[in-house]
Write a protein that binds this ligand. Structure first.
Ligand SMILES: Cc1cc2nc3c(=O)[nH]c(=O)nc-3n(C[C@H](O)[C@H](O)[C@H](O)COP(=O)(O)OP(=O)(O)OC[C@H]3O[C@@H](n4cnc5c(N)ncnc54)[C@H](O)[C@@H]3O)c2cc1C
Ligand code: SF4
Ligand code: SF4
Ligand code: SF4
Length: 368
């Protein structure tokens, strides 16, 4: 790790330090839990820029003077179906659209690697839809964001708050043409474990995995089930699982990055212009609502966010909601996730070489 980072809990793996290094001597190396951490090589000239840009050392200023909150659902059913919550991300992209746009988000690079990337046509944003519960790698994105902004393109950056903070510190100035969207964030899962899990699925099903999707939407007994994973195999089979063990281990905070247990971004002061997340306990806010749908929470944090919000009703059905009430049902908005007490034992078992499926099954608490 870099010398100014005192513990693994501090480093979020945002990669801003790597992007700013003038000698390009920082590598992001995978540790035994499957998360990457920055290390400086022998070409380091001790310039200190990595420390300056690190959002853990230098906090990003937040402007929440305009803060208010709405619940919303995309008015195009196909877009809603393809999205995790109510389709806020897609609607925001539509509201910010421009012939010269670049949209950055997280996508599956292949069956097991999640990366951040960009598209320059709004019709191509489908790859960013749906939450991926393995940490996305930001390498290569920082310089592209700056280049597009300097060229005068409109840029949307969407990611976890620690990634948004990395981007804002890296840019080190405000751009009128940049819109940042941060997610309400419970934490990110281990990319190393996700890779092992995909390998296990391939072995168990004797076929190569083509794609893996979290939170497919299905109607079960008249209610929306949004916790189904969907795995496609090369032989054409599709496996749908409502008790996926990777997803459960993620939800139960067994395989989250250490920094997620001490997250400095889990508060209502937000680093994005807009914050998006799930609308938990929908019935409390929209008692008349159909039980077969779900909604996004959208928090407006800045003037720029407010400008976009004014155009959002073209694409979404929107309902004002109280931010304090939202926080009451969505703890990730105000406090960092408490790590599962069995997390350390799980990683010890993995170090001893026990199979990934047996280890995950051993530590997750069964859900009905
Ligand atoms: C790791 C993670 C943890 C989350 N935890 C919570 C939570 O505790 N409470 C809550 O209310 N909401 C949480 N969310 C947000 C929620 O799952 C939805 O992503 C959000 O409501 C947006 O829904 P949508 O319908 O607008 O988006 P979609 O169209 O599904 O868009 C998903 C957006 O998420 C981004 N994204 C997807 N995967 C990643 C990733 N691995 N890293 C960075 N960005 C990613 C994409 O770039 C895209 O902008 C989390 C999301 C992620 C990725
Ligand atoms: S900039 Fe990001 S990756 Fe680098 S040390 Fe800080 S938190 Fe870690
Ligand atoms: S001190 Fe400067 S040269 Fe050394 S790793 Fe940090 S940014 Fe790179
Ligand atoms: S919980 Fe915090 S540290 Fe972890 S990914 Fe989310 S914003 Fe980053």
């Amino acid at each position: 790790m870099l010398s100014f980072i005192k513990s693994k809990q501090a480093c979020t793996g945002c990669g801003a330090c790597q992007a700013v290094c003038p000698t390009e001597c920082i590598t992001l190396d995978i540790d035994e839990e499957g998360f990457w951490y920055p290390n400086a090589g022998s070409a380091c000239i001790d310039c200190g820029r990595c420390e300056e840009v690190c959002p853990i050392v230098n906090r990003v200023p937040v402007d929440d003077t305009k803060q208010y909150c709405v619940a919303g659902r995309h008015n195009n059913t196909d877009v809603w179906l393809a999205s995790t919550s109510g389709g806020a991300f897609s609607a925001i992209c539509q509201a910010f659209e421009n012939p010269a746009i670049a949209i950055f988000g997280a996508k599956h690079l292949d069956k097991s690697n999640v990366i951040h990337d960009f598209v320059t046509n709004i019709n191509d944003i489908d790859c960013f839809r749906k939450s991926k519960y393995s940490q996305s790698n930001m390498s290569g994105n920082y310089c592209s964001i700056r280049r597009f902004l300097e060229e005068g393109r409109r840029v949307i950056f969407s990611g976890t708050p620690c990634q948004v903070a990395g981007v804002r510190n890296f840019l080190n100035k405000d751009y009128d043409n940049l819109l940042c969207i941060d997610l309400i964030c419970h934490g990110v899962g281990s990319p190393g474990i996700f890779d092992k899990y995909i390998n296990y699925l391939e072995g168990a099903n004797d076929s190569e995995v083509v794609s893996f999707e979290f939170r497919s939407k299905r109607i079960v007994k008249g209610l929306l089930n949004q916790n189904i994973t969907r795995t496609k195999f090369v032989d054409g089979r599709i496996l749908e699982n409502k008790n996926d063990i990777f997803y459960q281990a993620f939800i139960q905070a067994l395989i989250l990055r250490p920094s997620c247990g001490e997250c400095i971004f889990a508060k209502t002061d937000r680093v994005g212009d807009l914050t998006i997340g799930d609308l938990n306990n929908m019935q409390a806010f929209l008692p008349e609502s159909d039980k077969c749908v779900n909604y996004s929470t959208i928090i407006v944090n800045t003037e720029k966010g407010d400008t976009i919000m004014k155009k959002l009703n073209e694409y979404m059905d929107l309902y004002p909601v109280d931010l304090d009430a939202i926080a009451k049902y969505n703890s990730a908005l105000i406090s960092s996730t408490q790590m599962n007490q069995k997390r350390a034992d799980l990683f010890v078992d993995l170090r001893h070489g026990y199979p990934i499926n047996e280890v995950l099954e051993k530590y997750i608490t069964e859900v009905s």
